[in-house]
Design a protein around this ligand. Structure first.
Ligand SMILES: C[C@@](CO)(OP(=O)(O)O)[C@H](O)COP(=O)(O)OP(=O)(O)OC[C@H]1O[C@@H](n2ccc(N)nc2=O)[C@H](O)[C@@H]1O
Ligand SMILES: Nc1ncnc2c1ncn2[C@@H]1O[C@H](COP(=O)(O)OP(=O)(O)O)[C@@H](O)[C@H]1O
Length: 285
């Protein structure tokens, strides 16, 4: 390990273009069918390695500087595979809204696994990193594997799939939705018919897709529904990602997306859907 090494990497957001629940596993986790669309927008992390064995975090969102941060948990998970004196100082530039269903925490975690695997020369495969990451969150593996994908299981059985790289307006209703609260709601549909990626593609691909969490979230959080209804005026394909609270609408080009963004009174961003994660592009291409 070269103790003067430093690396800056993105941590992209994801959208769930559709999300169905088809059952539960033995640990009572829900079995999903979903399409993960990676975006070219997200947080940014800088890793400065040291040989003092210390792992520290700095962040522009001070409430995130604590031992529960998935970035620190990821670093601790890799420590056994690194030299005894391997350490790192991580700077997290948080841009993605939290609890928004766009996977910011999971993506930060995955970027940390990928970065430290390289900097600490752990030499773990992507499959091993994805399996390790799964212990920290169901959404971590897709960010480690770095491909837009059809996912099953709890989101870890991934089949990479190239989709048209549309532009997305993503709007945050400034309301935090607890993923656990939505998954444990009695009204949630848990018996969706099992489908295939070809069904998603036949029904309109990235433009269309249903999310079974929407009715539950809209009922509990009227502010989320309000944003969805606002977006529907401009785009009939507007919908929610993951367990919310973010809503998104697909567009053919950036200009159309930005035109609506200008009129939006809630925090928002415009990003392009990408088939390969910007982390992978920077690390491996
Ligand atoms: C719903 C999805 C869709 O991509 O995304 P988000 O909306 O959170 O971004 C994910 O499945 C969320 O994954 P993630 O956010 O990593 O969830 P975790 O931290 O692993 O789990 C939070 C809690 O949700 C419940 N949970 C999670 C995943 C799953 N397949 N079944 C569950 O029942 C569990 O009670 C768990 O304790
Ligand atoms: N690096 C991180 N960035 C964001 N949230 C984090 C991070 N580490 C841990 N968390 C915790 O995870 C929770 C939600 O994570 P996030 O990934 O933003 O939401 P979602 O799973 O809805 O996309 C936050 O409330 C926060 O307490």
């Amino acid at each position: 390990m070269n103790s003067s090494q430093s690396l800056t990497l993105p941590a992209p957001a994801k959208l769930n273009l559709m999300l169905h629940i088809v059952g539960k596993n033995e640990r009572n986790y829900h079995l999903l069918q979903t399409v993960f669309q990676l975006l070219d927008y997200g947080d940014e992390l800088t890793f400065e390695v040291n040989n003092r064995g210390s792992v520290t975090l700095d962040c522009n969102a001070p409430q995130l500087i604590n031992d529960n941060n998935l970035v620190l948990k990821a670093a601790q998970l890799l420590r056994p595979y690194a030299a005894d004196n391997a350490g790192v100082h991580i700077t997290l530039e948080k841009r993605l809204p939290m609890g928004g269903g766009i996977g910011g925490g999971s993506s930060d975690c995955a970027t940390t696994l990928l970065a430290l695997n390289k900097l600490w020369q752990c030499e773990l495969s992507l499959d091993t990193l994805a399996n390790l990451g799964l212990h920290l969150g169901a959404d971590v593996p897709v960010f480690v594997k770095g491909k837009t994908a059809w996912a099953e299981g709890i989101g870890e059985q991934l089949t990479a799939h190239k989709l048209p790289e549309l532009w997305y307006l993503v709007v945050h209703p400034e309301c935090f939705v607890s993923t656990e609260k939505i998954f444990s709601n009695k009204a949630l549909t848990r018996d969706s018919e099992i489908s295939k990626i070809r069904d998603f593609l036949a029904q309109g691909g990235p433009r269309r897709g249903s999310n079974v969490m929407e009715p539950v979230v809209f009922d509990l959080y009227p502010d989320v529904k309000k944003v969805r209804d606002w977006l529907l005026q401009f785009n009939p394909d507007a919908r929610m990602t993951g367990s919310g609270s973010c809503l998104f609408a697909p567009f053919d080009n950036e200009r159309e997306a930005r035109k609506i963004a200008c009129r939006c009174e809630w925090p928002n961003f415009v990003a392009r859907g990408v088939n390969t994660s910007p982390v992978h592009t920077k690390l491996f291409e």
